[in-house]
Design a protein around this ligand. Structure first.
Ligand code: BGC
Length: 432
């Protein structure tokens, strides 16, 4: 099975054979209805992928249930709680977890919390785990797997954003998938209705393709469904063109709803962040290049995309000013509308795209400098953020060394010194 050519992301690759759901070692667990009830998520034994270096118990600690009442939280306060975050990308958003790389493991939450991250964004591809036909029931074992991940985050005081990710058929054929999308949200919203205020919903990752013409209708309709069972839940909503900040102005946010955070994704310059289909240096160069700039001192720590430049430093500044302007423009929109902003994705590939293994991604010093500058600008403008991704292709955590990439973590969480301050992971057993 191959992701079709029209697929928008630079992620076309051979997919691994579908993992049978029987491989997911989980048991379903309903959120329960009594408010304030303690929820112990019951999970079957750990999968073989649990890392012995980080023997965190596979079962998450209990999560205190209790839904926020309508009006109990405001989006501004909730956005502060998002603060600094990281995406657990390429896991539950793959057709089946494991197809695109990492299985989610307990140590991921642990290292993120220890480093000082405030939140996790959990991309989830519900559409490959639900019936194709009405009533479009979501697989129980899959729900349990998502419950498990949410519990690992919330129990460590990590706020969690749960989205609907990669519903590619909906982008292409909105009319045919409309009812199914709404049915998915009804089930998700009802399933998590009793969860605490630290769980946020994000209605759809990166609208693109045919759905864009109708996006505002989808926003209003989905919000009506969510609000029925979750009157007090914080919801994240973005705009068209893969969540561009300049498309937020076109979104019709549900009038009067004060519990909404707007989101955008930032991957500029794309030739740096995605290096497709060439190395970032070549992709970002003009035709007549003098290799000097790429090899200059500036380029070791910052992408210089003006190779004919006589002054790499000045051009690096131009790039930084461009980023600063984009984020200031986004923040101006937020100020005008009163809707707080979340930069839910940004990142630079650290591994070449599947099928392009001969390509060389930028050095971590460049990736870290770009990410660090971006988060400075975001924070200056009151924008919360989540780096894409923790441990997959755009990694901040390097699974080959099982440690943070130092330039990345220093850029994202300034002052955190992984070499000296990474504590020994806690927990005594890999399985319960
Ligand atoms: C997509 C990922 C992709 C990332 C960077 C995300 O929104 O879901 O598949 O790797 O953006 O392009």
């Amino acid at each position: 099975m191959k992701i079709p050519q029209w697929y928008p992301f630079p992620m076309r690759r051979w997919l691994l054979p579908l993992l049978g759901l029987s491989l997911l070692p989980l048991s379903a667990c309903d959120p329960g209805s009594s408010p304030e009830a303690e929820k112990k998520i019951v999970i079957a034994p750990a999968p073989a992928t649990t890392n012995p270096l980080y023997p965190i118990p596979y079962a998450p600690p209990a999560v205190k249930m209790g839904a926020p009442k309508a009006g109990a939280v405001t989006a501004t306060t909730q956005n502060k709680l998002l603060g600094r975050g990281v995406n657990l990308g390429n896991s539950l958003d793959a057709p089946n977890e494991g197809d695109w790389g990492p299985m989610i493991e307990p140590w991921m939450f642990e290292v993120a919390a220890k480093a000082g991250f405030d939140s996790i964004r959990l991309p989830v591809r519900w559409s490959t785990h639900a019936l194709e036909k009405a009533p479009y029931t979501i697989d129980k074992a899959f729900f349990a797997r998502v419950d498990w991940a949410i519990a690992h985050a919330l129990s460590r005081n990590l706020t969690l954003v749960l989205d609907v990710h990669h519903y590619v058929e909906l982008f292409k054929f909105p009319a045919e998938n409309h009812d199914r999308f709404m049915a998915l949200w009804k089930q998700i919203a009802e399933h998590y209705a009793n969860y605490p205020a630290g769980l946020y919903f994000e209605i759809l990752n990166e609208p693109n393709g045919a759905i864009q013409a109708e996006w505002n209708k989808y926003v209003i309709e989905t919000m009506a469904i969510i609000r029925k069972s979750n009157p007090g839940r914080t919801v994240v909503i973005g705009g068209n063109e893969f969540n561009k900040w300049y498309k937020l102005a076109d979104v019709t946010f549900p009038p009067g709803d004060k519990n909404i955070i707007a989101t955008f994704h930032y991957y500029r310059p794309f030739c740096l962040t995605h290096q497709q289909p060439v190395t970032w240096e070549v992709g970002c160069r003009a035709a007549k290049d003098t290799a000097n700039v790429v090899n200059s001192d500036v380029a070791k720590t910052w992408p210089v995309l003006f190779p004919d430049s006589k002054d790499p430093k000045a051009d690096a500044k131009l790039q930084q000013d461009g980023i600063a302007k984009d984020l200031a423009d986004a923040a101006a929109w937020s100020k005008e509308t009163g809707i707080p902003l979340y930069m839910g994705e940004f990142g630079v590939r650290g591994k070449p795209e599947y099928g392009h293994e001969n390509l060389t991604p930028p050095k971590d010093s460049v990736r870290g400098a770009w990410a660090g500058y971006l988060v400075q600008q975001a924070e200056k403008n009151g924008i919360s953020w989540a780096y894409w991704d923790l441990a997959a292709d755009f990694y901040a955590w390097d699974t080959t060394t099982m440690a943070w990439s130092e330039p990345l973590i220093e850029g994202l969480i300034p002052g955190y010194k992984p070499s000296t301050s990474t504590p020994a992971p806690t927990g005594s057993a890999a399985t319960q």
